[in-house]
Design a binder for this molecule. Structure first.
Ligand code: DAH
Length: 340
């Protein structure tokens, strides 16, 4: 029996524990319910009576050795801070897979940064809007086609008929209702229109609205602000041109083109060989729009503008199909990794 005990002691000492798995295997092999110690104790009944005491003490010692070895290895693991000695803590880590910002996020941030440099704050409004903020307060006549079912997604919300906002101009109204001039704010956000999805149109897209209201604001201020924006966004050689246009909420109104940065205005298929690219709509806020939102149009005047963020991103990154922005194609999105 003593020889058996010595053999087992050798096995215990030789057992290599180098991971949490082998520690557990060691415990099971020697202390488990069908383990070596259990078996040794069961042999005790075969030992002659006068040796029982001494062999019993030897077995108790052996069990203590097993327990001590387990305890020691546990402490070792704790000190290393790992449960596996085969892990090399000095090895350098693997690179984490870092995603990229969406191109619309990049462009939105850039536009925000440009306007914040000249004192514009950011305001936001709800995407589910009522008729007042999306249309009526902006001077859209009752029979205006933009209210038509074909353009607008209408929603029943309790008693009230609501709509998904068709433009961020609705936020202008909310800002004017809730704050006093001077107002200098931009409002980026998602808008919705009931359009068939194609390369050139989508049922949702993003706009950024600008609003500037103070005493003595003139069309020259509008033009200068937009020229500043165009040069910051498209480079210092960028030129702008304003074409007369119509929007119910501005008078006079204009559409703004920027000189084509892709071909240096020499003519290409993006600018349709005109040398100019349309980027936004703008105008002086119609006095009746100021009044509808509680601003005295005899004291204050202002300008507004609205641009499509997809459109600016298209010009900046030469994206030719609007659908790419919302398809989550990783091959498209990965191309923006380098841009922070
Ligand atoms: N809301 C217009 C649209 O969705 C864009 C726009 C034009 C906004 C002129 C303005 C503006 O603030 O002054 O097409």
């Amino acid at each position: 029996m003593k020889d058996t005990i010595d053999q087992v002691r050798k096995q215990i000492n030789d057992f290599v524990i180098d991971s949490s798995l082998s520690l557990e295997a060691f415990r099971i092999q020697f202390l488990g319910s069908k383990g070596v110690m259990k078996e040794l104790y069961s042999l005790l009944k075969l030992v002659p009576n006068d040796e029982k005491r001494i062999i019993g003490l030897l077995l108790n010692d052996l069990r203590s050795e097993v327990e001590a070895k387990i305890e020691l290895e546990k402490q070792n693991f704790l000190q290393l801070g790992v449960l596996d000695k085969s892990i090399d803590l000095t090895k350098s880590g693997e690179d984490a897979a870092i995603g990229s910002h969406h191109p619309l996020t990049l462009v939105k941030r850039e536009i925000i940064s440009i306007f914040s440099r000249i004192g514009f704050t950011i305001s936001e409004g709800p995407e589910i809007e009522d008729d007042w903020h999306n249309f009526s307060a902006l001077n859209f006549p009752e029979e205006h086609p933009a209210r038509d079912m074909q353009d607008t997604f209408f929603i029943e919300k309790g008693e009230k008929e609501m709509a998904l906002r068709t433009h961020t101009s609705s936020v202008q109204v909310r800002v004017m209702e809730n704050s006093k001039p001077p107002i200098r704010t931009i409002s980026p956000g998602r808008v919705y229109r009931n359009e068939a999805i194609s390369a050139r149109a989508h049922c949702f897209f993003h706009q950024l609205e600008g609003l500037f209201i103070d005493k003595n604001v003139s069309f020259a201020d509008l033009k200068q602000t937009l020229l500043f924006f165009a040069r910051e966004m498209f480079g210092e050689k960028a030129q702008i041109r304003l074409r007369p246009s119509y929007f119910p909420f501005t008078e006079p109104s204009a559409e703004v083109d920027v000189s084509c940065t892709l071909c240096n205005s020499n003519g290409c298929n993006v600018c349709k060989y005109s040398g100019w690219l349309e980027i936004l709509g703008c105008g002086m806020v119609d006095p009746s729009v100021l009044e509808a939102s509680g601003i005295d149009s005899k004291i204050y005047s202002g300008f507004a503008f609205g641009m499509g963020i997809e459109r600016i991103a298209q010009l900046k990154y030469r994206v030719t199909d609007l659908r790419l922005y919302s398809e989550n194609d990783i091959r498209f999105l990965n191309q923006f990794k380098a841009v922070i």
